[in-house]
Design a protein around this ligand. Structure first.
Ligand code: NDP
Length: 448
């Protein structure tokens, strides 16, 4: 008789949990995973994937507008929200099936119910069944934070935004981070009136300041309104279905949808972690060591629940490294240095490495190179928006410390540049590379 029912029990079938499950199973472990919502987790079901499809869908507005300059006349242009929404949701279903098939093909048992921790080696399922496992992995992700305000039930979060019954005429977005700026772009492109309100006077804290300024200017010119130092105090539902937001020092705003995007907090509430002595951090996160182990020897955690870097590819790497370490005889840790990231705003921005401000504060003597240019496609379409690429370089060694870009396709271009930054290449290495002409990416090797 085996000592435990499973070698590994994973709680949460999102990006990190699914990767850990299938890799551990491929190393020969007997694995089960429990998921209370849908297999795939935030990224696949209500995050990165459906968001990116909405970005693609809304971007046609710009392409169709520009198309006239290329000789295209399109009569009777019409956008139908229900068609886009339902097609996106069908794609989410397809991906959920693909993720489920992956678990099946690796013989990972899956339970569609909530699971909580009953002890260092014990998991209790919502059905009442208790199972044992040599190792438990918590990969429960994070959940949107709803700041305390009267009438918060009248607001939605990114969880609900993919299911709107109709396209709202007026959208009020609280927060100016990733989710806020991405959905501001989507709704603005689809013709909605968008107002962004934030508690501070910044958008996209953490990104390079010049890029944030550029995004602010372009999106304001596109019609997005901003109010800073303006947290919502109260939301009132009106007779016709709209919602009015009240603030301390600003006039009220009426909107058809109020989207709150003020960060995501680790999903640890009610998980039973105390039953196994798993310590929690101040934000409710699970602190782990470099090998993803919690304060309980037999319990590990990966992904957003650990509140290290809330990005899907990071959770996937952590899940993979955990499985290789614990079940593959290959102990390994993740390198968190130079993680590229992007905001799929319109236009998008992307960055890797140190921002100018960080480099000035922590690195010492630096040189900043930039290219502020109007992409050829924008000139042709009489679009005045300019792209901006920046390179932060160590004065002493010439090593590129960071690359930051805003403009069409910036995330697509940045991924390749991130390889060079991660590899520690110098400005001279970039300059030694012949430009690929005509492209926007060539600015990377032409910066002065
Ligand atoms: P972010 O952390 O990006 O931004 C949060 C925003 O809300 C900030 O503008 C912040 O203000 C404000 N805020 C924070 N707390 C409060 C509060 N209590 N009351 C009022 N305002 C508040 O969070 P998001 O929700 O946009 O996204 C969550 C995470 O999901 C991101 O951090 C990212 O890791 C991930 N994500 C990644 C994406 C990508 O890779 N493209 C896309 C979407 C999400 P302040 O100005 O003070 O910072």
């Amino acid at each position: 008789m085996a000592e435990y029912d499973y070698d590994l029990f994973v709680i949460g079938a999102g990006s990190g949990g699914v990767r850990a499950s299938r890799v551990a199973a491929s190393h020969g472990a007997k694995v089960a995973v429990a998921e209370e919502f849908r297999i795939g987790g935030t990224c696949v079901i209500r995050g990165c994937v459906p968001k990116k499809l909405l970005v693609y869908g809304s971007h046609f507005a710009e392409e169709l507008q520009d198309a006239a300059h290329y000789g295209w006349t399109i009569d009777k242009m019409h956008f139908d929200w229900a068609t886009l929404r339902d097609t996106v949701l069908r794609d989410v279903d397809r991906l959920e099936t693909a993720y489920t098939n992956t678990l099946d093909s690796h013989k990972v048992e899956h339970f569609h119910e909530r699971a909580t921790i009953a002890g260092p080696h014990a998991v209790r399922l919502a059905s009442g069944r208790e199972v044992s496992a040599r190792v438990i992995l918590v990969a429960t992700g994070a959940w949107p934070v709803m700041p305390h305000m009267e009438g918060s039930e009248h607001a939605i979060t990114s969880n609900e935004v993919f299911h709107l019954p109709e396209l709202p005429r007026r959208v009020l977005i609280q927060g100016a981070g990733y989710i806020a700026m991405e959905f501001a772009g989507v709704f603005n492109a689809l013709g909605c009136h968008v107002t962004v309100v934030n508690r501070s006077d910044q958008i996209l804290r953490g990104y390079d300041e010049s890029l944030r300024d550029r995004l602010l200017q372009i999106t304001m010119a596109r019609g997005i309104e901003y109010r800073f130092h303006c947290p919502i105090k109260r939301l009132d539902k009106n007779a016709g279905g709209s919602v009015t937001a009240h603030f301390d020092k600003h006039d009220p705003i009426e909107a058809d949808v109020v989207l709150v995007a003020t960060g995501r907090s680790p999903n640890t509430s009610g998980l039973g972690l105390e039953n196994a002595g798993v310590a929690l951090g101040p934000k409710g996160e699970i602190p782990v060591d470099a090998y993803n182990r919690t304060s309980c020897e037999s319990i590990y955690a990966v992904g957003d629940v650990t509140d290290r870097v809330q990005l899907t590819p990071v959770a996937i790497r952590e899940g993979h490294a955990f499985a290789d370490t614990v079940f593959g005889g290959n102990p390994r840790t993740i390198d968190y240095d130079c993680i590229p990231s992007a905001v799929f705003s319109q236009p998008p921005l992307a960055g890797v490495g140190l921002t100018e401000a960080d480099a000035r504060a922590h690195h010492g003597d630096i040189k900043v190179y930039s290219s502020d240019f109007r992409p050829m496609k924008n000139i042709f379409a009489e679009r005045h928006e300019r792209g901006l690429y920046k390179m932060i370089v160590c004065s002493e060694t010439g090593k590129v410390l960071g690359v930051h870009m805003i403009g069409p396709e910036a995330p697509e271009i940045l991924q390749a540049a991130a390889i060079a930054v991660k590899a520690g290449l110098t400005k001279a290495d970039f300059d030694a590379t012949v430009a690929l002409h005509p492209s926007m990416a060539e600015e990377l090797v032409l910066m002065r």
